[in-house]
Write a protein that binds this ligand. Structure first.
Ligand code: ACO
Length: 428
């Protein structure tokens, strides 16, 4: 008869242990009973970068990387991208269900009314140097917001948590737009909440006193779809950071600042910026084969290719490729798209990329879209952080309410010196 357990024989001692299996997992603490001597610490599992370790159970986002499946709360990403909006998906992630009309209106109005930021925060944003990276401004501004809203430290109070979520999702686009306007030396545009989430953001960045100014609906919809696609992606590096930092019970502003810092890295949120630099460096379709050879020799990575979880096409990349063409209808075509398409074609036929299961990820096309919309490249990670905050916050809520969670504290294998005496400086 089959048993839902694992029998482990320790060949050092000949002892056999039985470890329960639940959800196809064993619990790492169950390994601790495997010891040579009773005074031993017990066995641990070693998993740098958590490639095969579940640190939580979650009901938010489902990914099957082999089958190219991504779902928020059970809804396929393709259906959401076609029929839903970013704010509706943010509600879905946070509360677990799609909102009815009244719930959506209340949620939208709460978030849009929180788009205004404190004037002291405006001064902080303005005090950065003209060439400050907007992601640095965003990280610092969100961290500063914890000093504006000290009640946010009451993370056990559901009403306070909800209000901080409205504030964070509302204010992030304003911080981003103000950081951009500082960068280009233009006065700020205060939020116009009648324009919707992404329409308002584009307005705040772009408006120059034109009396008939309108945001092209195709562009605000394209940005909304990009936001929706980036809203959550289960336990990626920045989300794991949000959970780890949040597990200390710090306020959500500090945790979102930490998660944003994780997202700033070139292997994570900085990847679409890197894709664009790469396509620009390649320069022409004819230069692609030589570039691919250099990648295969290990001189560099093909940015926008590969994913820790997807071993086939990233489903977001297929949706985004279609969005790119909608955007180009408004903005005009972009020569980088020709290089990207040919690069994708060549790479997908190449043994190296096939055998390493390297396919385009969401960042391969998002950078080209954002560039066509005239966003400067250093705004790209900011445009990733804004929607991902919805995912971070939903994962943070789930972590706070999960009785299995404690302060995150990994173990290590110590490889340093054994005890040794201190050597006075003159003898070293
Ligand atoms: N180009 C060329 N080779 C690659 C690439 C790439 N983009 N990605 C992985 N490989 C190769 C590695 O060299 C390695 O080869 P080897 O086994 O022969 O040594 C193998 O594939 C496995 O690579 P790992 O680094 O172990 O894969 P990992 O899962 O750790 O990395 C990552 C995933 C970071 C996304 C990686 O594929 C990468 O660096 N891609 C480029 C950056 C990028 O596009 N990041 C965006 C990720 S999506 C997001 O954050 C929204």
């Amino acid at each position: 008869m089959s048993k839902n357990s694992l029998s482990i024989t320790d060949n050092r001692t000949g002892s056999t242990y039985e470890v329960p299996i639940e959800d196809d997992c064993i619990r790492a603490p169950d390994l601790r009973k495997i010891k040579i001597n009773p005074e031993d610490f017990g066995m641990m599992s070693y998993d740098p970068a958590f490639v095969n370790t579940a640190a939580c159970s979650s009901s938010i986002t489902y990914i099957d990387g082999e089958k190219s499946i991504l779902r928020y709360r059970g809804y396929p990403i393709e259906e959401l991208a076609e029929k839903s909006t970013f704010l509706e998906c943010a509600y879905l992630l946070i509360y677990g269900e799609l909102p009815n009309q009244q719930q959506l209106e209340h949620w939208t109005s709460r978030i849009m009314r929180h788009t205004f930021i404190h004037e002291n925060l405006v001064q902080i944003i303005e005090s950065f140097r003209y060439d400050a990276h907007p992601m640095g401004i965003l990280i610092s501004s969100v961290a500063a917001m914890s000093t504006f809203h000290p009640e946010a430290r009451e993370v056990g109070d559901p009403k306070i948590r909800e209000k901080e979520i409205w504030r964070i999702l509302g204010k992030l686009p304003t911080i981003a737009a103000f950081a951009y306007r500082v960068r280009i030396g233009r006065p700020h545009n205060y939020p116009d909440i009648s324009r919707g989430y992404t329409g308002n953001m584009l307005y705040m960045m772009d408006y120059m006193n034109e009396h008939d100014y309108e945001v092209a609906p195709e562009l605000s919809r394209a940005l909304d779809v990009l936001f929706l696609l980036h809203a959550d992606h289960e336990q990626n590096c920045s989300t794991a950071t949000m959970r780890a930092v949040g597990s200390t019970r710090v306020d959500p502003y500090s945790a979102v600042a930490a998660a944003s810092a994780a997202l700033f890295g070139p292997l994570h949120g900085g990847a679409n910026e890197a894709v664009l630099r790469m396509l620009t460096e390649i320069g022409s379709v004819s230069a692609i084969p030589a570039y691919v050879e250099r990648v295969k020799k290990g001189e560099m990575r093909l940015m926008g290719f590969g994913h820790r979880v997807y071993t086939s096409y990233d489903p977001r990349a297929s949706i985004i490729k279609k969005v790119a063409y909608d955007v180009f209808k408004v903005t005009g075509s972009n020569e980088l798209i020709d290089i990207a398409l040919e690069l994708e074609r060549i790479a997908l036929q190449d043994d190296y990329f096939i055998s390493h299961k390297l396919y385009p990820n969401v960042d391969f096309y998002s950078g080209i879209i954002l560039q066509a919309m005239r966003f400067p490249t250093d705004m790209f990670p900011v445009l990733f952080a804004i929607p991902r905050a919805a995912g971070w916050l939903s994962q943070w809520l789930e972590m706070l309410d999960d009785p299995a969670q404690k302060i995150a504290r990994p173990r290590q294998i110590y490889t340093g010196y054994d005890e040794r005496p201190y050597v006075p400086i003159e003898q070293r």
